[in-house]
Design a protein around this ligand. Structure first.
Ligand SMILES: Cc1ncc(COP(=O)(O)O)c(C=O)c1O
Length: 390
């Protein structure tokens, strides 16, 4: 059977609300004309409260990885010493990009399924004072871990190294205080918590980072941020941007603004807790303990071995989940609960999971209890009861 409305519960891309999709279908405009200038500057300005920053935000036409690569290309010279925190495939991606740009890469591995330890980072930086930058993943989507970015920020600040953060699967769904936590570069993308189609990446640059962009000698062209900064003064992008995605973001930012950022964050915490309660009611082992549990993606390490067949059977019922990546491939499945996701979507997703596993309603009932407590203001993210979705 073909489903018009799927439960697309993967860790991105996420469902695009119909009004956002409709906005992206707006007729094309001249990217050098006054209409687009206004749209671009408006979107970049309205992203600042979500980044919680006064820093410059740049838009790149590409997926999240383009912002990651641009960060490395513009901040790291060949032979520079960098520290990369690796606890999953996206941490590994930072390391691969840094190696591609010929940095001397030190890896601080942390257990896949746990968060990085700020004390270990501080210790490494004390022993390796030549480290010019630290690359971290806020929300490691391959494991469902939310790192203690505030703690990491404090650990890095003492050393004077730049802190560069992949917030591709967290920004807009999870608190991220760029300025207060001292983060020099935050990278994100349009297709996750920001509820737009894939096609735009964003990065914020602290003054220190902006200065560094002009000092490094690494070769770069399409992602030369000096050029982006120069053109931004004229309110223009250097190259033809993803104009349709900008139109989409204008609308999705309105949705976030009208829900209120605090409510958006509280809703993501509620969705996480509903999903975890439902899975636990089915005795499905969670990969990550509560302390590190991501508000945007949850990983399950089930006892059964044929996860591929389980995911294919779910797909037949209209529910799309994700498998594991890297060394967790074939061992876990992941449920995305970010962006356009409501409590009832979690009930539907859990209902489909337990229909496959013979849960008899236990998962839905457990999740519903979490939701009910939230509506009575007893949930940790209780202020979410003001949110549109609740
Ligand atoms: C944490 C994280 N970083 C980076 C990426 C890469 O983003 P993209 O696929 O948009 O290049 C993803 C995408 O899943 C992600 O979840």
């Amino acid at each position: 059977m073909a489903f018009d409305q799927k439960q697309m519960r993967i860790p991105g891309p996420t469902p695009v609300p119909h009004e956002v999709a409709a906005a992206s279908a707006r007729p094309m405009v001249n990217h050098r004309g006054p209409v687009f200038k206004k749209v671009m500057m408006d979107v970049l300005e309205r992203l600042k409260p979500i980044f919680q920053t006064q820093n410059t935000i740049l838009a790149l036409t590409g997926s999240g990885t383009s912002a990651m690569e641009a960060s490395v290309a513009n901040l790291v010279n060949p032979d520079d010493e960098v520290l990369v925190l690796v606890g999953g495939t996206f941490g590994e991606r930072w390391a691969k990009i840094c190696r591609a740009y010929q940095a001397k890469v030190h890896v601080l591995d942390y257990t896949w399924g746990e968060g990085a330890d700020p004390a270990q980072i501080a210790d490494f930086l004390r022993r390796n004072p030549r480290t010019v930058a630290v690359f971290a993943t806020h929300n490691e989507s391959s494991t469902g871990v939310l790192n203690d970015l505030e703690g990491i920020g404090a650990a890095v600040r003492e050393s004077g190294a730049l802190l560069v953060v992949d917030a591709v699967s967290s920004l807009g769904g999870v608190e991220l205080k760029t300025d207060a936590w001292g983060i020099d570069v935050v990278c994100t993308a349009s297709q996750k918590c920001l509820m737009a189609p894939p096609g735009l990446a964003f990065l914020s640059l602290s003054q220190r980072a902006e200065q560094r962009v002009f000092e490094v000698s690494s070769p770069r062209f399409y992602f030369d941020l000096r050029v982006y900064l120069e053109w931004l003064k004229k309110h223009e992008p250097p190259f033809t941007p993803n104009i349709s995605c900008f139109f989409a973001l204008e609308k999705s930012l309105s949705l976030i603004e009208s829900e209120g950022l605090g409510s958006v964050f509280a809703r993501h915490l509620l969705l996480r807790d509903m999903v975890r309660a439902g899975l636990q009611a089915l005795d499905l082992p969670l990969l990550v303990e509560d302390k590190w549990a991501s508000p945007t993606v949850t990983a399950v390490k089930p006892g059964f071995s044929d996860i591929g067949r389980f995911l294919a059977a779910l797909r037949e019922t209209g529910v799309e989940l994700a498998g594991g990546q890297g060394r967790l491939a074939g061992q876990i499945f992941r449920i995305g609960h970010m962006g356009s996701a409501a409590p009832v979507d979690m009930l539907a997703t859990l209902a489909a999971i337990e229909a496959q596993l013979g849960g008899g309603g236990k998962a839905v009932s457990a999740a519903e209890q979490v939701w009910n407590r939230a509506r009575q203001g007893k949930h940790v993210g209780g202020q979410g009861s003001e949110g549109h979705f609740i």
